[in-house]
Design a protein around this ligand. Structure first.
Ligand code: SDX
Length: 428
């Protein structure tokens, strides 16, 4: 028997069905609300509004739980690889040994970028932000790989091309921005090792593949791989709902992720910590500014729309930080500062009352710095990690028989009907 809720308005009673999720979470189905009542709902920022049903990622914001296709990120970070986790998200199950081998071979076979695309990079100003370049280059892939996504095979090919080429394109933007020779992917290296090699190998100083750095990158990208209906994923679904090609939908996701309130926060955290460090490590003024409602400053890397406790990804990233920095014998003053800031904030009533805890971005920049990734590429690293999640969410929406173009309504608050005034009758 379907549960329902009743809405009483004046002398009318309306009944709406209630839907139940896998863990008992409840949703009022308002898909017929306007037809039944003439009303719409209003929910700026969609804090209370579900856009879809999804079987990909489960988050429990109160208990700090995150699972991809039912498997906890703790287990995946400990035992899986980014490529295996990508397969899990996109195909809905872990691959067999043979399937994983085939997937890795396909990713290698498709990891080159059309040579004519290199010309695009030459014409971006050297100081261009890599996220703007990445969003443009992903969109441009459609011109160079115009396979339509009508059959499953074509969709799989486009998905493989995206996953294979995004890290090549990211590394290319770094090399070309520095006037260095582009390094090609190697068939003998894993997905993550290939990326680091493409970023840092040079003819005069061959890059030494450090297993702990490759492991840290695998964990970093596993933790970023999906996060249900966040801003950039919602953008991919919304843009995709117009039945545009996957490259364009992903390009929109990259653009949405760029913002400092979203994926751009990992770069903003390091910039904030560097500023505090340069000012003598005095954290109190920054904590006071974060608490001042008249000050637009936000404590970057803190707070989350869903997590009202410690972001489970931040815990794992913090451990990865310790392991990698110990192995590389790096002591990063910004890590010590981050720990001090976390300790002070978590004791502060404002942060406690507002449920503000470190999120995935608070420590991730420290790991990336230890790998040698430049700060302006931190959000690119987030985008590469989130790509399998965006793809999985796009596929799920395309396969949904009830899916339709996203077109929200609004509550109009502008002027009621007014007449046009000819220019000759207006004030001078
Ligand atoms: C990501 O959605 C996802 O899943 C995103 C993500 C993913 O994997 O896709 O997890 C990745 O984007 C992580 C978040 C990265 N962004 C930051 O670290 C930027 C700093 N954080 C904030 O801007 C904020 O916490 C957000 C944007 C993350 C969430 O904002 P909400 O849910 O819209 O909350 P809000 O801005 O309405 O704030 C509620 C209250 C306000 O105080 P009051 O006016 O109610 O008194 O909390 C305060 C805010 O002032 N607040 C903060 C704060 N975050 C919220 N105050 C100081 N510092 C902060 N960081």
């Amino acid at each position: 028997m379907t549960e329902s809720v009743k809405i009483v308005y004046k002398d009318r009673i309306y009944e709406l069905p209630v839907r139940t999720g896998s863990h008992g979470e409840k949703a009022i189905d308002i898909s017929n609300l306007r037809d039944q009542t003439g009303f719409i709902t209003l929910d700026p920022g969609f804090a209370n509004t579900g856009s879809c049903s999804s079987a990909i990622t489960f988050m429990d914001g109160e208990r700090g739980i995150l699972r991809y296709r039912g498997i906890s990120i703790e287990q995946l970070a400990e035992q899986s690889s980014f490529i295996e986790t990508s397969y899990l998200l996109i195909h809905g199950r872990l691959p067999t040994v043979k399937e994983l081998q085939q997937f890795s071979v396909l990713l290698n076979d498709n990891s080159l970028v059309h040579e004519d695309m290199r010309g695009f990079y030459q014409h971006f100003p050297r100081a261009s932000h890599p996220m703007g370049i990445l969003s443009s280059m992903v969109n441009a892939l459609r011109s160079f790989y115009p396979v339509l996504e009508t059959t499953d095979e074509e969709i799989d090919l486009t998905v493989t091309r995206l996953l294979a080429k995004i890290r090549t394109m990211a590394a290319m933007s770094y090399k070309i921005s520095r006037g260095h020779r582009v390094v090609y992917p190697r068939p003998d290296l894993s997905y993550c090792a290939n990326f680091l090699n493409m970023m840092f190998d040079t003819p005069v100083m061959p890059y030494e593949i450090i297993p702990e750095a490759v492991d840290a990158l695998n964990v970093f990208w596993i933790l970023h791989a999906d996060h249900e209906q966040n801003c950039s994923t919602a953008a991919v679904r919304l843009v995709g709902s117009g039945r545009v090609n996957l490259y364009a939908a992903i390009s929109a996701g990259i653009a949405a992720l760029w913002g400092p309130l979203h994926g751009g926060a990992n770069q903003a955290v390091i910039e904030m910590l560097s500023e505090i460090h340069a000012n003598g490590n005095r954290i109190r003024p920054y904590i006071d500014r974060a608490k001042d409602r008249n000050d637009p400053f936000r404590m970057m890397g803190f707070g989350h729309r869903v997590y009202k406790t410690y972001d489970p990804r931040a815990r794992i990233i913090k451990k990865t930080c310790d392991r990698l920095l110990a192995k590389l014998r790096i002591s990063d003053p910004l890590l010590d500062l981050a720990r001090e800031l976390e300790e002070a904030a978590l004791k502060d009533d404002y942060f406690i009352d507002h449920n503000l805890y470190p999120n995935v971005d608070f420590y991730s920049g420290i790991v990336l710095r230890a790998m040698g990734i430049p700060t302006n590429m931190f959000t690119v690293m987030f985008a590469i990690g989130r790509l399998p999640g965006w793809i999985a969410q796009w596929k799920e929406s395309m396969d949904d028989p009830n899916w339709k173009i996203s077109r929200p309504r609004q509550l109009y608050t502008g002027p009621t009907q007014t007449d046009y005034i000819p220019i000759g009758q207006r004030n001078l």
